[in-house]
Unconditional design. Structure first.
Length: 114
């Protein structure tokens, strides 16, 4: 199982980042994919979903600021994050939706400074 997220970093409030996640072909081809995040001391939450057909859904906290997409040729899912806020600080992971694999990978850390 390959779920390798990258693209995180330190950014000022109002800035942008684009996350990428390379996924095993056998997983990617047949599953809706999502970006999850876990902030310090909080439970992991699902913030964006994209189906195999490209339909998307977002948590209210990121709606209008984040855009999820998938490249089926590259087995990669992306998360474009704009107008970042300090409360977006978290480790971001990609995984299947609605039933994520137990193996989450290392994730990628996003830190938004005020």
């Amino acid at each position: 199982v390959q779920l390798q997220a990258s693209g995180g970093g330190l950014v000022q409030a109002g800035g942008s980042l684009r996350l990428s996640c390379t996924v095993s072909e056998t997983i990617f081809s047949f599953n809706a994919m999502g970006w999850y995040r876990q902030a310090p001391g909080k439970q992991r939450e699902l913030v964006a979903t994209v189906t195999t057909a490209g339909n998307t859904n977002y948590a209210d906290s990121v709606k209008g600021r984040f855009t999820i997409s998938r490249d089926n040729a590259k087995n990669t899912v992306y998360l474009q994050m704009n107008s970042l806020k300090p409360e977006d600080t978290a480790v971001y992971y990609c995984n299947c939706v609605p039933s994520p694999y137990d193996s989450w990978g290392q994730g990628t850390l996003v830190t938004v400074s005020s």
